[in-house]
Design a protein around this ligand. Structure first.
Ligand code: SUG
Length: 439
């Protein structure tokens, strides 16, 4: 069956700020309290989308969620008018106000886990919203994310949108950031790799492990994957404790290629053997392991080399790695990339992109996108307003230029005018996407 990968990027909201909310995410911690530039952030994200669109790839977006999250503030006992809620929260619970204002839905790799129809028992495309239960600011995303997914993938002849798993640490789920699909070509049956950091009920020392094996297995079952197609691998504790809070900080895969750091998995040989066995008869796995001697784990995490998009570009015989510009600025990763493309391996080119505003919160090119492999019929059946054209990118950028601030300091969240600006900006974006129903 012929199918193509559509990357659904998170449209970065006007509330993008450096809240320092994510324990175990070094960039978030290091930049906590800095002044962000929401306008530049959104424009950078949209330019990345334009690059892929111009290369002939299909590009979608997921809209930003309504922020501040008044429901959360009301749950915490604040009441009255919007202005009063914000003023009280700013005075009494400033951290909670940051949580309510987080723009973290931009990282759509965490929005859901997706299995294309070629892999599922009922032949439909399955999406499970991630509960993101580990971090408070992320745990409140899933109801609105599910609503967005339902609005976009509403035709149940083609799509099954599953609600998030139960909100408990045993079911901790961070979506596609811990999931890699490998295949001969997008439309062919694939092998799905689920990476987890701990078992349900297990407590681990150090930074939080945000994905459990139980969550991964539950998603695979819900999607109707055959056991032979699903591989479960444990992320290494060393990687998590060095700051790889999701597997996609140390690993990315596409088509028949898995590109990963030596320290990504607890049992590298076992993981590769299990993937190769699952791939038998479908494709021959091409593992590209980056040794710590060439790229130290710290450099991999600081530069986000692996948080790149690995893409089949039309007309190019080898894969293209769309990497953050930080990987070009870091000597070991830049030199590694030069060797990588001049070898005759499966990755033929590296394209660097500037998504620095997002990177400073720990979100690289791969965090910003949710991969959805779709057949032509599925693409025709989904909501057309979110599929990008250059004109739509221009229109979104015009809204951003007109409505977003170019500076946002943590103290600015106390300004009740910001809440109105965010609402109006989001409404204008939703209008461009023909998604006013989500307003
Ligand atoms: O969950 N950062 C996000 C980054 C998510 C990156 N996604 C992937 N690796 N797929 C997180 O830690 C920081 C927000 C703040 O501190 O204001 C934040 O949520």
């Amino acid at each position: 069956m012929s199918a193509a990968e559509v990357n659904f990027d998170g449209l970065i909201g006007p509330n993008h700020n450096y809240g320092g909310l994510s324990d175990g995410n070094l960039a978030s911690a290091n930049n906590a309290g800095d002044i962000s530039n929401p306008r530049e952030a959104a424009l950078q994200g949209l330019e990345k989308m334009r690059l892929l669109l111009r290369a002939g790839l299909a590009q979608g977006v997921l809209p930003p969620l309504p922020r501040p999250n008044f429901d959360l503030l009301v749950s915490a006992g604040f009441g009255g008018s919007d202005r009063q809620i914000i003023e009280q929260a700013a005075a009494q619970a400033p951290r909670l106000l940051k949580v309510a204002y987080s723009a973290s839905s931009m990282w759509t790799a965490n929005a859901a886990t997706v299995s294309p129809c070629a892999d599922t028992e009922d032949g439909r495309l399955h999406l499970t919203a991630a509960n993101l239960s580990t971090m408070l600011h992320r745990s409140v995303e899933h109801p609105d994310t599910t609503a967005s997914l339902q609005a976009i993938f509403s035709d149940d002849r083609y799509f099954a949108v599953h609600a998030a798993l139960p909100m408990h640490s045993d079911f901790a789920d961070e979506g596609a950031a811990n999931h890699v699909r490998l295949c001969a070509e997008h439309g062919a049956p694939g092998v799905e790799l689920f990476v987890y950091g701990r078992d349900a009920g297990e407590s681990v020392a150090g930074f939080p492990a945000r994905q459990t094996r139980l969550a991964a297995e539950s998603v695979a079952r819900g999607h109707g994957l055959t056991p032979a197609q699903a591989v479960f691998a444990r992320q290494s504790r060393a990687a998590i404790n060095a700051g790889a809070f999701h597997n996609d900080v140390v690993c990315v895969g596409a088509a028949d290629t898995l590109f990963f750091h030596e320290a990504a998995f607890e049992d590298t040989a076992g993981t590769i053997a299990a993937l190769s066995a699952a791939a038998e008869g479908l494709f021959e796995l091409k593992p590209v392991m980056v040794p710590a001697a060439e790229v130290p784990l710290e450099d991999a995490i600081r530069s986000y080399l692996f948080n790149s998009q690995l893409l089949v570009f039309p007309g190019e015989s080898r894969l293209v790695l769309v990497a953050p510009s930080e990987a070009q600025d870091t000597t070991s990763t830049r030199e590694y990339c030069e060797r990588l493309v001049s070898s005759n391996g499966p990755i033929g080119r590296v394209e660097y992109v500037d998504v620095r505003q997002s990177m400073r919160n720990g979100g690289g090119p791969a965090c910003l996108r949710l991969r959805v492999v779709m057949t032509d019929a599925e693409r025709a059946a989904c909501h057309q307003g979110v599929l990008m054209t250059e004109e739509k990118i221009d229109a979104l950028q015009a809204v951003v230029r007109k409505t977003y601030r170019d500076q946002l300091a943590p103290g600015d969240l106390a300004d009740p005018a910001l809440a109105d600006e965010c609402r109006l900006a989001r409404e204008s974006l939703l209008r461009v996407l023909d998604l006013e129903e989500l307003a």
